[in-house]
Write a protein that binds this ligand. Structure first.
Ligand code: TYC
Ligand code: MN
Length: 300
């Protein structure tokens, strides 16, 4: 394992007992870490080669879960891949406190093949993949930072694998689908109607055809829940969540109305709701410093 330069508890025993004492305390290693070495790798999980990025040496493992689409025309607001969704988190979350992993769910980012599909249990499948990935990487327990669809996946994971989850922060997630949501989904179905700014980065990652096809499949996939009782995605699971949970909501989010955050807040026992008055859907990018501080404080 990695030496934790900033933790006395971790360093002192090593200084006293390690035969390699002179090699251990190297200040430049700490600085290098502070500026961020991010490794990128693939590992076989549930029959798929899942891609992830990893940074930091902290004891506290944190998994970043990306969303599917972000048509909000913010330059860094593209998604579907841990690489692009979470640049400010990978760069700036405290590397002495946290080991941060950002994953690409199957069919997104560099976790292809397979092509992405959306069976009705796709959130459950993503949750199991995410947990099995982190177990494969030998993390004993993890916290979750889940955005949008990744927030929904985090809710599934927290409810179904409670003993493996430490804490959870989610934003832009919804536990059910309403008529209003369905109208918003239909509005983003055709990627040729997106702004150039929103489409270009995703097109560069996926190619136009895969992007267009996957967006349509996603709209159909998330639309399936509209036909279930109460538009249910994971309403039934919210009371099963046991971990400390922070829900962040951008009051100017054009994609996910406030009532979704309120509902999750009501249903998840002891959860905290933090509103960001100027935040939109991509609040972790637009207000990265504020968001990172909030998340770090909550996780500690
Ligand atoms: N859930 C999408 C994501 O994962 C974003 C989104 C939310 C899109 C609501 C449309 O009506 C919508 N990024
Ligand atoms: Mn990637």
């Amino acid at each position: 394992m990695v030496v934790r330069l900033c933790s006395r508890g971790g360093l002192l025993p090593l200084l006293l007992f390690s035969p390699q004492k002179p090699k251990i305390y190297v200040p430049t290693a700490g600085r290098k870490a502070a500026y961020g070495t991010v490794t990128s790798a693939k590992v076989s999980v549930n029959g798929v080669h899942l891609h992830y990025q990893q940074t930091g040496e902290g004891e506290h493992a944190v998994l970043l879960l990306p969303g599917m689409l972000d048509p909000d025309p913010f330059p860094m607001g593209y998604s579907g891949s841990g690489e692009t969704d979470f640049a400010p988190q990978l760069k700036s979350l405290n590397k002495n406190l946290f080991t941060v992993v950002a994953w690409d769910p199957r069919g997104y980012g560099h976790s292809r093949p397979p092509d992405r599909d959306f069976p009705v249990d796709f959130f459950e499948r993503d949750a199991k993949d995410a947990i099995d990935l982190m177990k494969t990487l030998k993390f004993k327990k993890i916290s979750l930072l889940g955005w949008s669809d990744g927030g929904i996946t985090a809710l599934f994971a927290a409810a179904k694998y409670p003993s493996y989850i430490n804490k959870m922060v989610i934003w832009g997630a919804n536990a059910y689908v309403t008529e209003e949501d369905e109208r918003i989904y239909q509005g983003i179905r055709d990627v040729s109607k997106w702004s150039e700014k929103a489409r270009k980065p995703l097109e560069a990652l996926y190619g136009y055809d895969y992007l267009a096809k996957t967006c349509e499949k996603w709209v159909d996939g998330i639309g399936q829940f509209k036909h279930l009782p109460d538009g249910n995605i994971c309403r039934h699971l919210l009371p099963l969540v046991q971990c400390p949970t922070l829900i962040v909501h951008g009051e100017k989010d054009p994609l996910v109305p406030r009532f979704h955050a309120d509902f999750i807040h009501e249903q998840v026992k002891g959860s905290r709701l933090h509103l960001m008055p100027e935040g939109k859907h991509n609040l972790h990018l637009r207000f990265a410093n504020e968001f990172n501080k909030l998340a770090e404080d909550f996780l500690q």
